[in-house]
Design a protein around this ligand. Structure first.
Ligand SMILES: [Zn+2]
Length: 337
């Protein structure tokens, strides 16, 4: 028996939380300096407002934020809530990983992946920017992960996954330019899928990409519906709500095997499809109209015509796969047969 296994569980969890908080604290620096282009080493942490150098006890993850009541000790400027959120998120994810996979090499790799996931999703949410180097590091560690067989696939599939992941997304973006006359998503999203291909291999991408589209829809459709509600465009608002609801209705119908009872199934599905198509028609018409007005207007108005970033949905989908890959595969098989 390993010595470390003799330690009480709470003791290990305490250390895992500490490691997570410290990694989260480092991630905050990675995110901030990644966005500002500053070098990661050779400069001590400063208050972004008054430039005062922070002493060690003002730099303790989470604890300092609580004791300083979220303000800089020198200038009393509010410290962004982003810091404690990322630190706690990192600690929670590290903890879940340890509790799922134990003290293994797999856990260690997942910690690195999850830390990079947080960095990528945060820069995308804050500034709709994906820093290329984050995705390259992710891909390289993904190759190593599969090379030593800790992972989800063999190294060949990992390499094929990375290359094909990037190409598939670039092809989808190209299709987007044909129909929308501009890229449907940024190049950063292709790089994320490349690195996810390296981690999960080619086959699992066929789960990640559709799952992330569903996640994106669940998060963005209510936002879009609310925007249209504020614009008093009720018809459009209802269309978004209906597309949103039909996602759940379709899922519910298939998971509860109503397909056995053809009459019930058809009497729900056929009207659903008709209203769904009608809603999509209204939404597409509106998108076309917004695009034309955006083309004839200033830069600031143009930037308003942008969908929510897709990166966080991809990241969330991959995070779910870390813990539920087998369950999801089972679910899909039930869904098909
Ligand atoms: Zn300050």
């Amino acid at each position: 028996m390993n010595n470390i296994e003799l330690l009480p569980q709470w003791f290990i969890i305490f250390y895992v939380i500490l490691i997570g908080l410290c990694c989260g604290s480092f991630l905050n620096v990675v995110i901030l300096r990644g966005l500002s282009g500053e070098s990661l080493v050779f400069s001590r942490s400063k208050c972004p407002k008054c430039n005062s150098q922070l002493t060690w006890y003002m730099n303790i993850p989470l604890i300092s934020y609580i004791f300083l009541k979220g303000k800089c000790a020198y200038c009393k400027e509010h410290i962004s809530i982003q810091y404690p959120i990322i630190e706690s998120l990192c600690a929670v994810l590290f903890c879940i990983t340890y509790l799922t996979f134990g003290l293994t090499f797999k856990t260690l790799f997942l910690w690195v992946f999850l830390a990079l996931f947080i960095a990528i999703a945060t820069t995308d949410i804050l500034k709709t920017v994906i820093i290329d180097i984050h995705t390259y590091i992710l891909a390289i560690i993904g190759f190593i992960f599969n090379l030593f067989n800790f992972g989800y696939t063999e190294i060949q599939n990992s390499i094929i996954g990375a290359i094909s992941g990037f190409l598939i997304m670039e092809f989808l973006a190209f299709l987007g330019t044909l129909f929308l006359k501009h890229r449907a998503f940024g190049e950063g999203d292709s790089l994320i899928v490349m690195s996810l291909g390296a981690i999960f291999g080619f086959k699992n991408l066929s789960i990640i990409i559709p799952l992330s589209i569903i996640i994106q829809a669940i998060f963005s459709l209510p936002v879009l519906a609310f925007e249209e509600f504020k614009n008093k465009n009720i018809k459009l608002c209802l269309s978004y709500i209906f597309v949103f609801l039909s996602l759940f209705i379709v899922g519910f119908l298939n998971l509860n095997s109503f397909n056995d009872n053809t009459k019930i199934y058809l009497s729900i599905t056929i009207p659903l499809c008709i209203i769904l198509l009608w809603s999509l028609k209204i939404i597409l018409k509106d998108l076309k109209y917004k695009k034309i007005t955006a083309q004839n207007s200033s830069e600031t108005e143009k930037s308003a015509f942008k969908l929510l970033p897709f990166g966080p949905a991809l990241i969330l989908s991959a995070t779910i796969l870390f813990f539920y890959l087998d369950k999801i595969k089972e679910l899909i098989l039930n869904f098909i047969y």
